[in-house]
Design a protein around this ligand. Structure first.
Ligand code: PLP
Length: 407
């Protein structure tokens, strides 16, 4: 038999767990907008402003000085030390042995999941939620249960008893993202305390995605020290550094560095050798000159971050006022992150609605269903831009509703 007579193998496929991953519905809406001139994009989670000059300059200087080599898996020592100081100031004593540098938040989430979950493990996630958190454990063969936030008079709220009941003794990991993408919900200190005590009792890992911790407006009575606080309540305020708590953070949001791919993990020192192995087999390290720029961000960026939060709060309030005046729109002011997650006529089929919005009036918002079935009925609007652009978006929304006879 010659080689050409061999049977043709079946079509090559990825593993079942990978094939079952949900494609991004935000991307699906963006694709529907291809060819539409002058789309106003509020669908992605990033600002329309470039990273600050002092950070770009630090990267340029590092490149000019030849920072083009591999680094330690866990990050360069000065950045780990700078991060340990930054975290210590915000959340209490933290050693550089508790800090690892990652290639942004999404890589940190993958590393955290790889550290603690495997095939068949039970994971619980609080939803609606940015899809990556729910999909990442599935890549590893874990089974993800969700506990939905409820929407009511006071905005998005957690049913604590429901969450504690879902955290059964055989649960391996809890995934909680606060401030939350997409809802802007912020977990209160008391809720964190109760969840931490419960997880301690049952040996459940908490993976806390706190990438929006600085985008916290402290004006919703979340906790006693809320007003004027520089961060949202964090599990790091309550947990010892050597217990089953892994906090994921990023340079993307507080310093507008989405394209740089730089983040960090705070975790027990006992995990670091194994975490270093995982970093080696994923990315080996974050780019050296990007890490140098990270030092500038954490050491010199406090004023920048505080001004950013002030601007975001003004944008949030502006959009809340403008959208609240649109008949049929229902929203509550969210205490954190950079999104409004609201209901409007047609949102019960949010994917179709968002495709129609971009096709017909060039308004780019994300469908609530992209954040899990619990997000259906809502749309997400990222308000990290100037108010003139927000006004132009609201005007398009009104035009769309008028065309569809909604008012
Ligand atoms: C909840 C949440 N976690 C993590 C990330 C990861 O961001 P990055 O990978 O840019 O750090 C995002 C990005 O939008 C997010 O919304």
């Amino acid at each position: 038999m010659s080689e050409s007579d061999l049977p043709v193998p079946s079509v090559p496929n990825a593993r079942d767990a990978v094939r079952a991953l949900r494609p991004s519905q935000i991307r699906e809406v963006a694709n529907a907008g291809f060819g539409v001139p002058d789309v106003l994009p509020f669908w992605f989670g990033e600002s329309d402003r470039v990273s600050p000059a002092f950070i770009r300059d630090a990267a340029s200087a590092a490149l000019a000085a030849g920072a083009t080599f591999y680094t330690h898996n866990l990050g360069i020592a000065p950045l780990r030390a700078a991060l340990a100081d930054y975290v210590s100031e915000l959340h209490g004593p933290t050693s550089c042995d508790n800090v690892a540098v990652t290639s942004a938040g999404v890589n940190a989430l993958m590393l955290a999941a790889q550290l603690v979950v495997g095939g068949g493990d039970r994971v619980v996630a609080v939803t609606p939620l940015w899809p990556n958190l729910v999909e990442i454990p599935k890549i590893l063969g874990a089974h993800v249960e969700t506990v939905a936030l409820g929407y009511g008079e006071h905005g998005w709220q957690l049913d604590l008893e429901q969450l504690l009941a879902a955290l059964t003794p055989d649960t391996k990991m809890l995934l909680v993202n606060s401030p939350n993408n997409p809802t802007g919900w912020v977990m209160s200190r008391d809720e964190q305390r109760a969840v931490l005590a419960h997880c301690r009792r049952h040996g459940i890992w908490i993976v806390a995605d706190e990438v929006y911790e600085r985008l916290y407006y402290g004006d919703a009575g979340i906790d006693a020290d809320g007003a004027g606080s520089r961060t949202a309540p964090s599990f790091l305020d309550l947990a010892a550094r050597d217990e089953r708590v892994i906090c994921v953070n990023s340079f993307s949001k507080a310093w507008l560095m989405t394209g740089w791919r730089l983040g960090w993990i705070v975790a027990p020192a006992a995990l670091m050798d194994d975490l270093g192995k995982l970093v080696e087999y994923n990315t080996s390290c974050a780019p050296a000159f990007v890490q140098q720029a990270g030092i500038a961000a954490v050491q010199l960026g406090e004023r920048f971050t505080q001004e950013l939060v002030r601007d975001l709060k003004a944008s949030r309030d502006h959009l809340v006022r403008a959208l609240s005046a649109v008949p049929g729109v229902d929203l509550k002011t969210p205490p954190g992150a950079m999104y409004l997650f609201f209901s409007m006529p047609g949102a019960s089929r949010s994917l179709e609605l968002c495709k129609a919005l971009v096709r017909e009036v060039g308004l780019g918002v994300a469908p609530g269903s992209a954040f899990g079935p619990q997000g259906e009925g809502f749309v997400r609007w990222c308000y990290a831009c100037d108010t003139a652009r927000l006004d132009a978006g609201v005007e398009r929304l009104q035009r769309f509703l008028a065309q569809h006879g909604a008012h």
